[in-house]
Design a binder for this molecule. Structure first.
Ligand code: GLC
Length: 736
């Protein structure tokens, strides 16, 4: 019986027979050598690895060099087993797409699919056959620098976008020359690191682990992910790299994952620092025994074939299982037939087509946070535009996790010149990322007087985002806040454009900025996308995939929170002799014993799902085909069908993201006040109406309990559908 291995690969008896024969002829050391990946910057050293029988290497930067490594493996080893060739192709290879967090802001999984498919083609042409992407770590803490690499705070968004990338990377068949193995990472709950501090401790209940952090990996396995990467962190005391409950009992046995579990860089070695392994041999033994298949570091067997583990340290069944998993993927990639790539066909630069795809993706990721007074779009002709800020002439748009050989981006100033030729543009840096220069500030302010509108281009450099880049202070670095306030002081119309890789704290200036465009790190064509949005050639339609807090100490903060027993709601009265209104400010409550900060208005600065448009949209009432269903009918596959009319009520075309949330009113475990269960992005012309339909079924209405069981309980479910988190059309459906 054929069972899926990964990426639509069906296990076949013929292949299994070949692999068994190969396995039977391998020594202990040759088997262990297949269970590691290593990096050597010098090609000759990498060849030594290949000659020593290693199973996988990091990409040596060209098709030609990769062919040399494959030839060494094929012709200079006893069994001629070809190599897996891995690389972090996270959001682009030669053509860099928006960072994954920005892609999530599009709420259009086709954006992620386009990135993955084009990236796979570019990378595979150079001999890469394995990418360590997508990262599907849910995170609710923007202090963690790696939020940039994932798809935000929502489980469903991470599930949908992760699956889209996996399908994009792996293509129709892994045997195709432009398909590469995907890798869902980091398994698991890496984004829950305490304090948002990278690599820090994770201790989480079973119900939260399953409902929030495991679900995107379950979706990844269902999407056919060929590999999964273990996380650096502990999960409730046991490091993920040596966590048998997770790697074997859950991932491989409960979910039936047939692919390969790879360690993160030195993740096995780190077990010693974690204090759970006495030495490297102990760490390796624990990891392989727990279910790790490939160790990233090359510590199991040396290039001259000396194994650190002896037979018996790890069961031969476990080792053989791991080797089978590796060999199956190599077979699925057709590497035994032909591991070589034609160097003459290697893609080494973007094309006009991939640039266009990257720009269209970038345009969909833009989020219009504010547009008071309709400062944007700048449609008047012959405008005198002043562009200030460190991102005016920075080309730091590619974002975290791009390789040194990726095509560099241009600058916003250049793109405005190209996209808006009839503007009279003046560029003044105004301030640097980090230094506060009063002279630069004064020069920018004095220039404002001679211009019709100012664009303030600020943000955080991509070097402050990504791995090992946690920040305790989420504000704009350097003197950027002062620059915004100084420009506001001129009284001239202005728009702030933010280029960042995480939610930032804007409270020091947001009230004085009438218009704010969130532009993330949008990749190669980011500046062009922003210029086209400023001039109205593009209508921003993205939404925030992560909450923007009011202060750095307001985190973790996320929309799908529990209600608590004492929720705080804004109270109009704010009785002056009860509270210090100056201290608490508007938007707070004097309902004393409720869950809140007394020195912050309630709620975030910008909520999950927030985003404006240059047009406007309206929704009808929710039409429910059947308001009540029996639990058994739902289990059998019946669904609640919900329809709602969406209209473009403005004067220009635009995209609307529609979000469907539920709230399980009463359940055996406290449920989030909102849970996103579906979303869609619709393009409508002015005046156009479209009927949207959503189905809610068994897998949408239940949750995992602390015994690891998926349960759907009878009762009432609120359904909220609309363009954001609040003020949506809503109805109630019942399960009996
Ligand atoms: C890094 C990252 C991981 C990456 C790996 C290989 O430490 O944690 O995401 O895939 O090393 O570069």
């Amino acid at each position: 019986m054929a069972t899926p291995i990964a990426g639509n690969v069906q296990r076949s008896e013929a292949v299994e027979a070949v692999l068994e024969e190969l396995l039977a002829s391998m020594t202990w050391e040759q088997k262990l050598a297949q269970l590691q990946i290593a990096f050597r910057p010098r090609l000759e050293d990498a060849k030594d690895l290949a000659r020593g029988g290693i199973g996988a290497v990091f990409w040596p930067r060209s098709a030609e060099a990769t062919n040399e490594l494959q030839r060494t493996a094929r012709e200079e080893t006893p069994h001629g087993i070809p190599l897996l060739v891995g690389l972090d192709v996270v959001h682009g290879q030669r053509t860099t797409f928006p960072v994954p967090l920005a892609q999530a802001a599009s709420f259009d999984p086709a954006v992620a699919g386009a990135d993955a498919r084009i990236s796979a083609k570019e990378a595979a042409s150079g001999g890469v056959n394995w990418t360590f992407s997508p990262m599907v770590d849910v995170s609710r803490d923007p202090r963690w620098g790696r939020v940039v690499e994932g798809f935000g705070e929502d489980t469903h968004v991470n599930s949908v976008f992760g699956a889209a990338k996996i399908r994009g990377y792996q293509g129709e068949s892994l045997a195709n020359e432009d398909s590469i193995l995907a890798c869902a990472k980091h398994f698991v709950a890496y984004g829950q690191a305490e304090g948002g501090r990278d690599y820090n401790t994770v201790d989480v209940s079973v119900q939260r682990l399953r409902n929030v952090y495991l679900e995107p990996f379950r979706a990844a396995v269902e999407a056919g992910a060929a590999t999964v990467m273990a996380a650096f962190n502990t999960v409730s005391g046991r490091p993920a790299h040596a966590n048998g409950n997770l790697l074997t009992e859950l991932l491989k046995e409960e979910w039936g994952f047939e692919g390969v579990v790879v360690g993160d860089a030195d993740g096995v070695v780190n077990l010693i620092e974690h204090g759970v392994a006495a030495n490297l041999g102990d760490a390796l033994q624990q990891s392989y025994a727990a279910g790790l298949d490939v160790e990233m570091g090359g510590n199991a067997v040396s290039v001259d074939g000396v194994a650190l583990l002896s037979p018996g340290d790890v069961s031969s069944e476990r080792v053989d299982d791991a080797v089978r998993r590796v060999l199956r993927l190599k077979h699925a990639l057709a590497l035994f037939d032909n591991p070589y790539r034609d160097a003459a066909l290697e893609v080494t630069a973007p094309s006009a087509e991939t640039r266009l795809a990257a720009r269209e993706a970038a345009e969909k990721c833009l989020v219009l946070l504010k547009n008071d007074d309709g400062v944007l779009p700048l449609v008047a002709s012959r405008l005198r535009v002043l562009l200030v800020g460190p991102y005016a002439e920075s080309n730091d748009h590619l974002g975290a996790w791009v390789q040194s050989f990726a095509e560099p981006a241009g600058t916003l100033a250049d793109s405005i010149q190209a996209e808006c030729p009839d503007w009279s543009l003046t560029v003044k840096e105004g301030t640097g990322f980090f230094q506060e220069d009063p002279a630069l500030l004064a020069d920018a302010v004095s220039s404002a007087e001679q211009h019709d509108v100012i664009v303030v281009a600020v943000g955080e450099p991509s070097s402050l985002t990504g791995e090992a880049s946690s920040r305790s202070d989420l504000r704009l670095p350097g003197g950027q806040e002062e620059l915004i306030r100084a420009i506001a002081g001129t009284g001239k119309p202005f728009a702030v454009v933010m280029f960042n890789g995480r939610p930032l704290v804007t409270s020091a200036w947001i009230d004085s900025a009438p218009t704010v465009l969130e532009a993330w790190h949008l990749g190669l064509e980011g500046p062009a996308a922003v210029a086209r949005a400023l001039s109205g050639q593009v209508n921003p339609g993205g939404r925030l995939p992560m909450t923007f807090p009011r202060s750095s100490s307001q985190v973790p903060i996320h929309y799908d929170h529990e209600n608590t027993g004492r929720p705080a709601t804004v109270s109009a009265r704010m009785d002056e002799d009860v509270v210090d209104v100056a201290l608490m400010g508007p938007g707070n409550t004097d309902d004393r014993y409720t869950s809140k900060y007394r020195d912050l208005p309630l709620g975030p600065q910008f909520a999950f799902g927030h985003g404006l448009s240059y047009t406007s949209f309206g929704y009808g009432q929710i039409q429910v085909e059947k308001e009540e269903l029996a639990l058994e009918d739902l289990r059998e596959g019946r669904v609640f069908r919900l329809d709602i009319a969406l209209s473009n009520t403005g004067d220009r075309s635009g995209d609307e993201v529609t979000l469907l949330f539920i709230r399980d009113r009463v359940a055996s475990l406290a449920q989030p006040v909102r849970r996103l269960r579906a979303f869609s992005r619709t393009t409508l012309d002015a005046g156009q109406t479209e009927l949207l339909s959503f189905d809610l079924g068994w897998s949408d209405l239940g949750f995992w309990d602390n015994q690891g069981r998926y349960v759907v309980e009878p009762g009432e479910f609120e359904v909220h559908i609309g363009g954001g988190l609040e003020n949506n059309a809503h109805t109630v459906v019942r399960l009996t």
